[in-house]
Design a binder for this molecule. Structure first.
Ligand code: AMP
Ligand code: MG
Length: 371
């Protein structure tokens, strides 16, 4: 088995020089290196080398029809990998690059089909994280970097999480500490007639519309889609972010949710199951369960986003059998938070009516898509 080293980086070119040189050499040889970005940790390979992209799919256990995002370190690098840059892309890049926004373009001949999962389009992002930017520059300028988790598991927000998933599979993990945002980038498709949001993230629909006017949303985002609808981001159809325990989102007025969750936990405990609750700071001390974790205050969406994947991983470490989560808002970043949580729950939502009366478990149609 390959030895996996974890090496700390500082985002300071002087201090990181030899590490970046080593990482760059590995990438040019077709090896993989895990790196921090502002969103989540990425599993990086040479985007223009089909063999590297194949290695990424292998290491993650990711289906090879699920395309990779190409990361660049400077705007000028874009021209080589796309065929044409729409006006609205210029506006969004000006506003949000470098940063947590991925744009989809028609691809050029230089991008191998292995990297785009066979698609004629390419997803491109320019991260703002300094370690990521230095690494990309040291590695030839074009890095394919999906999230560094094993396929299906929650994305990694620390180097320790990456080590859990990639130990023995890759030679090097660059440790840049905990990431800032904690959810993957917003993805906007600009390759068609109308801009379309494929995956919500830190850059919200409101921020996008402020810059370019109307933006459609892919039906898969809300978690409601019928079996015939194909999400435009192929990755959105897979089961994702899921802890090993059975996760349900409980929706309703706060007092009803607390009452229902406690009674569900009581009956699960009677059956000898280990129960868990994902709450907010405001309601943390109201629950009865074996494991209770808060994502943060409801006043602070950013902390909820940053903690989500870590708390989902904690559920595995703690051996939770049954997990009940509160619902989180759907405005701005809340849309991204709920999008990940609904996928983690395999679309299982329990609706509470006032008084906690009828059991009413709604299994959305979309669940069939996610298994
Ligand atoms: P990850 O690399 O884990 O952040 O996932 C990348 C996401 O971007 C997946 O959901 C992919 O399906 C999506 N994606 C990448 N390239 C494209 C593309 N050319 N068209 C549509 N979606 C894409
Ligand atoms: Mg991913």
């Amino acid at each position: 088995m390959m030895e996996t080293r974890v090496v700390r980086a500082w985002g300071d070119m002087e201090r990181d020089r030899s590490l970046m040189e080593e990482a760059g050499k590995l990438i040019r040889k077709g090896e993989l290196v895990a790196i921090p970005t502002e969103t989540v940790y990425g599993l990086a390979g040479d985007a223009l080398n089909p063999a590297s992209s194949k290695k990424i799919y292998e290491a993650k256990g990711r289906p090879s029809d699920n395309p990779l995002i190409v990361h660049i370190a400077e705007r000028a690098a874009l021209n080589r990998i796309v065929s044409g840059i729409p006006e609205k892309a210029e506006i969004l890049m000006e506003a949000f690059w470098p940063g947590p926004l991925t744009l989809i373009f028609k691809k050029s001949g230089d991008v191998p089909m292995e990297t785009t999962g066979g698609l004629g389009t390419v997803a491109v992002r320019m991260p703002v994280n300094r370690i990521a930017a230095e690494f990309i520059a040291a590695s030839g300028g074009y890095i394919a970097a999906p999230s560094a988790n094993a396929s299906g598991r929650p994305s990694c927000t620390t180097a320790e999480h990456v080590y859990e998933d990639m130990k023995g599979k890759i030679p090097l993990i660059i440790d840049g500490g905990e990431v800032g945002i904690g959810l993957e980038s917003t993805i906007v498709d600009l390759s068609g007639d109308r801009p379309c949001l494929l995956r919500p993230g830190y850059i919200s629909l409101r921020m996008l519309r402020e810059k370019i006017g109307e933006v459609d949303t892919d039906p898969s985002i809300e978690g409601v889609m019928d079996e015939n609808a194909h999400p435009k981001a192929p990755g959105m159809k897979y089961r994702h972010y899921a802890p090993k325990g059975e996760l349900y989102i409980v929706r309703g007025a706060p007092e009803d949710v607390i009452e229902r969750v406690n009674s569900l936990c009581d009956s699960a405990a009677e059956k000898g199951l280990r129960t868990a609750v994902i709450s907010s700071d405001e309601t943390l001390d109201r629950y009865r369960a074996d494991i209770i974790r808060s994502l943060g205050s409801r006043q602070d969406e950013e902390s909820i986003a940053r903690n989500l994947f870590r708390v989902l991983r904690d559920m595995d470490d703690e051996g939770a059998d049954l997990i009940y989560s509160e619902e989180f808002g759907s405005a701005d970043m809340g849309m991204a938070i709920m999008n990940r949580l609904i996928r983690a729950a395999g679309h299982k939502i329990i609706e509470c009516q006032a008084g906690g009366s009828e059991k009413n478990v709604i299994l959305s149609e979309a669940r069939k898509m996610s298994s």
